[in-house]
Design a protein around this ligand. Structure first.
Ligand SMILES: [Zn+2]
Length: 81
């Protein structure tokens, strides 16, 4: 399966957060690496979109769509913005 980067979900992030998040700095809660969301590893597969740290492959974010509503799990991030 091909790995995408955060730019692939730029539109989805815009929809969820209401602003362009690709330049936002994401801090991994597992290893502490900080990099723009645009440089994270993104996997598009059901039932949600999975965003992983490129340093430790830890889970950063899961975006799932339930009945047309996007739900975001940010538990893998210690900071965002
Ligand atoms: Zn990490």
């Amino acid at each position: 399966m091909a790995t995408l980067d955060g730019n692939a979900i730029g539109g989805l992030l815009l929809e969820v957060f209401g602003t362009d998040m690709t330049d936002a700095a994401a801090t991994c809660a597992t290893c502490g690496a900080v990099r723009p969301l645009a440089e994270t590893a993104v996997y598009l597969r059901g039932p949600g979109t999975v965003v992983r740290c490129r340093t430790c492959a830890g889970l950063l974010m899961v975006i799932s769509r339930i009945r047309g509503v996007s739900c975001v799990d940010l538990t893998g991030l210690s900071a965002l913005g």
